[in-house]
Ligand binder design. Structure first.
Ligand SMILES: Nc1nc2c(ncn2[C@@H]2O[C@H](COP(=O)(O)OP(=O)(O)O)[C@@H](O)[C@H]2O)c(=O)[nH]1
Ligand SMILES: [Mg+2]
Length: 250
């Protein structure tokens, strides 16, 4: 393995890459995620609607647990179809989020990659669509990369990291979730975390289990914080001392 120090800066090495998941009450974040509604599906980037609201993309290998993660976060069992047949979904699915029918963010479920049984042309086509999406989608503000910790970050995940690296440097948020953590014991989980942290350049990596609900609230808080960044404080106008404001005294 190449030493991580010899690599160019990793996406996750950017301190801006993951927001602190502290500010919002997890109940508020989960309530917000529960508003998710299917918006549209697009086989190619050009079919996606242009949107102004922030978009958070879920990416990862087929079978990494992406659909299950989205369904768990949104508390909707069939929102993102958790297929038993990996590699089937080949479109970008968008889900809108927002209270009182006002969309304030969008989740994007990207097709999984790396499924061996997918024909070569389909794989190639998908790489193009995905590369295009990740490089040019204007309102993309965060990427959640899901990874089965028993496989670790694979070559295809590394390719994806390379694709998004320039955007992370410019402020794109980034988080790696090690899914199905219920399948690991404590030692295995700690080991998987440290290996993937190294691979991801020491950035934000979290254990996640839909089954045991590990990491669910925390991820919800991250998503909420990303979509609702604190407003920059407005500079108060400089106070003029009363005697100056009243003009020179005679
Ligand atoms: N034990 C366990 N299995 C999971 C978990 N999340 C997903 N799975 C299983 O992993 C398989 C793939 O999940 P899916 O969400 O369809 O993966 P996707 O292809 O990335 O969308 C399914 O059989 C899920 O039931 C989890 O947290 N724990
Ligand atoms: Mg899926």
């Amino acid at each position: 393995m190449t030493s991580p120090t010899s690599l160019p800066p990793s996406p996750a090495a950017n301190p801006k890459a993951a927001a602190p998941a502290s500010a919002v009450d997890p109940k508020i974040a989960m309530g917000w995620l529960h508003t998710a509604k299917f918006l549209t599906t697009a086989p190619e980037l050009k079919h996606l609607p242009r949107l102004e609201v922030p978009e958070i993309a879920f990416v990862g290998r087929s079978n990494a647990g992406k659909s299950t993660c989205i369904n768990t976060l949104t508390q909707q069992h069939r929102l993102a179809f958790a297929s038993k047949t990996p590699g089937r979904t080949q479109s970008i699915n968008l889900f809108s989020l927002g209270k009182q029918g006002v969309t304030d963010a969008v989740l994007a479920d990207l097709p999984g990659y790396g499924y061996a049984a997918v024909p070569k042309e389909a794989k190639y086509r998908w790489q193009q669509v995905m590369g295009n999406y990740l490089q040019t989608r204007d309102n993309l503000m965060a990427v959640v990369l899901l990874c089965d910790p028993r496989l670790g970050l694979t070559e295809l995940d590394e390719v994806l990291l390379d694709v998004i690296r320039p955007r992370v440097v410019e402020g794109l948020k980034f988080l790696v979730l090690l899914t199905k953590s219920d399948k690991l014991n404590k030692t295995e989980a700690a080991k998987a975390l440290s290996i993937v942290k190294l691979q991801a350049g020491g950035g934000e990596v979290k254990l996640f289990s839909a089954l045991k609900r590990q990491g669910v609230d925390e991820v919800a808080q991250h998503l909420w914080n990303w979509a609702h960044p604190p407003e920059k404080p407005v500079k108060a106008p400089k106070a003029v001392p009363a005697d100056e404001a009243a003009g020179p005294q005679t």
